[in-house]
Design a binder for this molecule. Structure first.
Ligand code: PEP
Ligand code: MN
Length: 365
């Protein structure tokens, strides 16, 4: 696990999964203080979250207390010595949070979508050494997420953590936001130095799924969790259904299994390496076969050019789809995955032949 604790708080990672927890919104001094005092009992807790300005989809819902809540945070910080994280969505909120001595800032999903806002925040943060968490944008646009991190880095922000909170779904998922796990995995390959914290609260939308999503995140080597907790969740003014009590959160954290990256047992470790070795060899074979296939595609391209034949022939493509799907089924492979692979291979073949016939490529979906 990457050192989320160190990035956000300056302390070393302990043995526990780092947890940032707190209410969706700071609603009153009493609500925030009572929640925090209970959360303090969870050994995993590294920082408290509390929304001060709430981005709500439609007007008329509770939009946060605003600047006044920063004073409650200051008081509770003094009493407990805990670090606090707050969402900022524009320049004046960022200034207000910094002036109040907030320890950690986060950029929400509705802000990461807008490069103007991210840039505006990045400008205020130029020369300020504060850790910032960047949530994924609402829609599954990896570029915007990476872009958000890059904008902050260009302003000199070094301590950055990404937050995976799932993606907008048109309503077909049981979750409030579709996790689309492949996106944070892809984020990781582009930005291996940036730790990723999972926010199962906004993914699930319901408290019953929080454990399951948290475990899934840990199994994908995510580096920490950000979970909404309220001392009286059912009375919460925002996101009531997804908030858990600090006592429930403590149980969830205790139940989570943290798997190791590698087995401790030497025999198991050797077996793992041997299996991986075989996988490497097979992958190399696949690549060699693709290279051979490419040569055949080129020869066909030359033939098509010499005999004035079209590049894309639907009848041939339909035959390929039918044949490869059938074989995939017979072999017990996932048909739709195999089909996707062949679609990519076919697209690349068309590109190669376009080069041969026309000296250029037009991307074909
Ligand atoms: C939040 O964390 O309270 C929040 C508004 O989340 P998101 O930006 O992920 O919707
Ligand atoms: Mn919320």
């Amino acid at each position: 696990m990457k050192n989320v604790t160190e990035i956000l708080t300056g302390k070393r990672n302990g043995a526990h999964v780092p947890l940032i927890a707190g209410p969706c919104s700071a609603e009153s001094y009493e609500q925030l203080r009572s929640t925090v005092l209970e959360l303090r009992e969870i050994p995993n807790l590294i920082a408290v979250r509390a929304g001060v300005w709430k981005p709500r989809t439609r007007p008329g819902s509770f939009e946060g207390i605003g600047e006044h809540a920063l004073q409650w945070i200051q008081k509770i910080k003094e009493e407990t010595g805990l670090k606090f994280a707050v969402e900022v969505a524009n320049s004046w909120q960022t200034e207000a949070a910094l002036n109040a001595g907030i320890d950690i800032l986060w950029i929400g999903a509705r802000t990461t979508v807008n490069p103007f806002y991210v840039q505006e925040i990045a400008e205020v943060l130029r020369g300020v050494d504060v850790p910032v968490m960047v949530k994924n944008p609402i829609h599954a646009d990896l570029g915007l997420w990476i872009g958000g991190v890059e904008r902050l880095r260009k302003s000199g922000i070094r301590r950055i953590v990404a937050v995976h909170r799932g993606f907008f779904t048109s309503g077909t998922s049981v979750f409030r936001n579709d996790p689309k796990w492949e996106i944070p995995v892809e984020f990781r390959t582009h930005m291996p130095d940036v730790p990723i914290v999972c926010d199962p609260s906004h993914i699930s939308g319901k408290r019953d799924y929080i454990f399951e999503i948290s475990q899934a995140a840990l199994d994908l080597e995510m580096d920490g969790l950000m979970i909404e907790s309220h001392y009286r969740p059912d009375q919460a003014l925002s996101d009531a259904e997804q908030q858990v009590t600090p006592a429930e959160l403590k149980q969830i954290m205790a139940k989570l299994v943290r798997r190791e990256e590698l087995p401790e047992n030497t025999e198991a470790l050797e077996h793992l390496y041997a299996l991986r070795h075989q996988i490497d060899a097979l992958d190399h074979q696949i690549l060699n076969l693709l290279e051979k296939r490419k040569h055949l595609v080129e020869s066909i391209g030359e033939l098509k050019k010499d005999h004035n034949i079209t590049i894309l022939q639907f009848q041939r493509w339909f035959e390929i789809v039918k044949d490869r799907s059938q074989l995939a089924r017979l072999l017990g492979l996932e048909e739709d995955v195999i089909l996707e692979i062949f679609q990519l291979i076919h697209r690349s073949s068309i590109k190669i032949q376009q080069q041969i016939l026309q000296g250029k490529t037009t991307d074909v979906q």
